[in-house]
Design a protein around this ligand. Structure first.
Ligand SMILES: [Zn+2]
Length: 116
């Protein structure tokens, strides 16, 4: 499962950063995921449950913010949300000269923890 390795990567990054900052227990972490990444938030939550059994992550609360896709139209310069992830057409003027400006992101927004 794709999401399992993604979550493992996220937890490795948080763990490294926490250790460097003297934090021994994570309370909360937040991920931002664009709708075009094809990453399933439910699968990520499941992966988190599986991978967060150790001392550092046991109490942690995972938050996931889903970002819808946005496109910018080169013909009329408007920016619109996009429901269909496979066909990008400006809903203002119908042009397909568009560029995806949001929805491909996937990053760790922040984490919070305690120095115990
Ligand atoms: Zn347009």
């Amino acid at each position: 499962m794709h999401e399992l390795s993604i979550m493992q990567g996220v937890l490795d990054i948080v763990r490294d950063s926490a250790v460097q900052n003297g934090i021994s227990r994570i309370n909360k972490l937040k991920l931002v995921i664009g709708s075009l990444t094809m990453i399933m938030p439910d699968s990520l939550r499941f992966a988190f449950e599986v991978l967060s059994q150790d001392e550092m992550f046991r109490e942690a609360d995972l938050q996931i913010e889903e970002v819808p896709a946005f496109i910018r139209c080169h013909a009329c310069n408007s920016e619109t949300a996009q429901e269909d992830a496979y066909c990008f057409v400006c809903s203002g003027c119908g042009s397909n000269q568009v560029e995806v400006v949001k929805g491909r992101e996937m990053y760790l927004d922040y984490y919070e923890g305690d120095c115990v």
